[in-house]
Design a protein around this ligand. Structure first.
Ligand SMILES: *Cc1c(COP(=O)(O)O)cnc(C)c1O
Length: 389
């Protein structure tokens, strides 16, 4: 059945780029010095980390000294929320605003902060998954410490009006964090023009390996550190640096700076072809914003299909895809994102996310379409709830 292997789950993770692997390799072999040491071997590790910091900064128009390396995007999100609410600079303000459709790295952290006694507002989003400015403005209070709104959603690809949200927060004097794990390296990000105070990103979503991330913290802000020790990363995140991972992240950022525009135009055209054809399947909808969306994200709900069955059958055809519904985990709850944009439980169960990357080809898309159409027909033929109109 498997005539081809197509990886179409680039929002879950991405393959490491060949150039990235090549650039990091010396730091896994001959250049193993600790960046903190005084002798020459350590200097080359130190210099490589600082070079990577410059590259990561450049792709978001930040200063290198505003970039701090972490272990992953989730850690960066935790540092922004927990670190800022516990920072002496926050002056005891106890209110956090976020949205109902954030990644769990934000949502579960916000819930943990609620248990500590902080007050959290989960803003609803519109039917396309966008934050509404007037609702955000109305939610800001004198004791609001932080607004955290994701740049782009990982399930439905919707891109928020981050520049407008940043301007509003700056005007109201509230610190603004954005989880840009899906956006950084995929769409233009400018922390200065967009008035962003803190931003999270992750290596493995931009063709660097898993286990390295970064946070941008605007100069002058000091979230409280939660890993104390040797004082690496200017005391913000102790622990000997993941030099190879950091070098890889820097190289990935450099490559995205050079290729992002071309890649996103290419992905937009591939996605358009995929989306247009999938929407020809009866009783199928696109989820997320029709135009303000990540270039490679194609997300749907297909009526009378169970998302998990669909993903397993696509896997038998060599296609990696994902769904927001997961019955095998014992819960019948569909994704909080799909419920958050107002879809019913029933519709949400048929969710399918195909996320394309620059390595995907036209032939990949043709193959996905051919097999998806067959699989949907097969599953619907077995479904007790399918009624063709
Ligand atoms: C993947 C992802 C994360 C988590 O990043 P990790 O590096 O896997 O911890 C956080 N937020 C969003 C939007 C993501 O897509």
């Amino acid at each position: 059945m498997q005539d081809r292997f197509v990886y179409a789950d680039n929002a879950a993770t991405t393959p490491v780029a060949a150039e990235v692997l090549e650039k990091m390799m010396p730091f896994l072999t001959t250049q193993y010095g600790n960046p903190s040491t005084l002798y020459t071997l350590g200097h080359s590790s130190h210099d490589a980390v600082e070079e990577a910091r410059k590259e990561v900064a450049l792709l978001m128009n930040a200063q290198p000294e505003e970039i701090f390396f972490t272990g992953c995007g989730s850690e960066s999100d935790n540092m922004a929320l927990r670190g800022w609410l516990h920072s002496p600079q926050n002056k005891g303000k106890r209110h956090l605003i976020t949205t109902a459709i954030e990644h769990h790295a934000i949502l579960y952290t916000a819930q943990a902060l609620e248990k500590e006694g902080f007050d959290v507002t989960y803003l609803p989003v519109d039917k396309n998954g966008m934050v509404e400015l007037d609702k955000l403005a109305a939610a800001i209070r004198p004791d609001t410490a932080l607004v955290s709104v994701m740049f782009a959603n990982n399930e439905i690809g919707t891109i928020n009006p981050i520049g407008k949200i940043g301007a509003l927060c700056r005007e109201k004097g509230v610190i603004f964090h954005t989880d840009a794990v899906q956006a950084y390296g995929h769409v233009p990000v400018d922390v200065k023009a967009m008035n962003i105070d803190m931003l999270s990103l992750s290596g493995h979503k931009i063709n660097a390996p898993k286990g390295v991330g970064a946070i941008y913290i605007r100069k002058g802000l000091s979230p409280a550190p939660f890993i104390t020790g040797g004082g690496q990363e200017k005391g913000r995140r102790s622990g000997t640096e993941n030099v190879a991972g950091i070098v890889a992240l820097g190289e990935a950022a450099r490559l995205k700076r050079i290729h992002m525009e071309k890649e996103s135009a290419y992905l937009r055209s591939l996605s358009k072809k995929l989306i247009d054809r999938v929407l020809k399947l009866p009783q199928t909808i696109l989820t997320g914003h029709p135009t303000e969306r990540l270039p490679g994200t194609c997300s749907f709900c297909i009526n009378a299909i169970e998302g998990e069955s669909l993903v397993l059958m696509l896997d038998m055809n060599g296609i990696c895809a994902s769904t927001g519904s997961a019955c095998s985990t014992g819960s019948l709850d569909p994704s909080h994102v799909l419920l958050g944009i107002g879809l019913s439980h029933e519709i949400s169960h048929g969710s399918l996310r195909l996320t394309l990357g620059p390595q995907n080809t036209e032939e990949d898309v043709d193959y996905i379409l051919e097999r998806l159409e067959q699989v949907v027909t097969t599953l619907r033929a077995m479904s007790p709830i399918w009624h063709a109109e």
